[in-house]
Design a protein around this ligand. Sequence first.
Ligand code: SF4
Length: 224
Amino acid sequence: MEIKLPKTIDRKPWLRYMMGKGEPDDQLKEKMDEAEKLLLEAAQPRGIYRILGKEDVAMEGFSIVKHLEGCDQVAVLAVTIGSGVDHLVRIYELKNMAMAMILNAGASVLAEQTADEAEQAMIREIREKYGQKEDWKERDVFFTPRFSPGYGDYPLQYQNDILHYVDAARKIGITLTPGNMMVPVKSITGLVGIADHPVKGRLATCSECVLRSKCTLWSQGEHC
Ligand code: SF4
């Protein structure tokens, strides 16, 4: 699947990762411009997906089950912006910690934006494929938004299953450490529900979300 790298990194979530609700001064704005250039040069987006029957995808947790309600198939997706970004952050950790933090936060946002691009590219491809099937010609195909392990009460360790389903280690170079950390670090996995009727999915509530203790949005009274 071909994925286009975004041309810019969204400043709003990037700032939120670094400083909550505050406004950046001119010096920080300049550093972010510099970091954006470095990140866009270092990033090498890659992504892969596979369509499976919902019953063939291992999952647990109220939030993912509710999210996929009404879907009979699931697109399993894995995306990375590559090890060059990890390398860039590590170099700056040795010589300029403040810049390393700006780069790290920017890389997280870039990975999310790239996963959004990949999700849209995947949906376009699936629509095309379904459109060619005789029994789907008169029907449409509908998708839920992406839902990732570690969000809601869908346990993080299911990343391992997703990477296995798409053969991510061999095909796009994503592996998992024993502590469930993906390498390259700025990689994203998720499930997208597929149905033959409109489906919206369901966002997790903050009360069921395992990210709550670390979530800057929740601590500011907002929701993702
Ligand atoms: S805002 Fe934070 S705690 Fe609430 S659902 Fe989203 S990620 Fe979880």
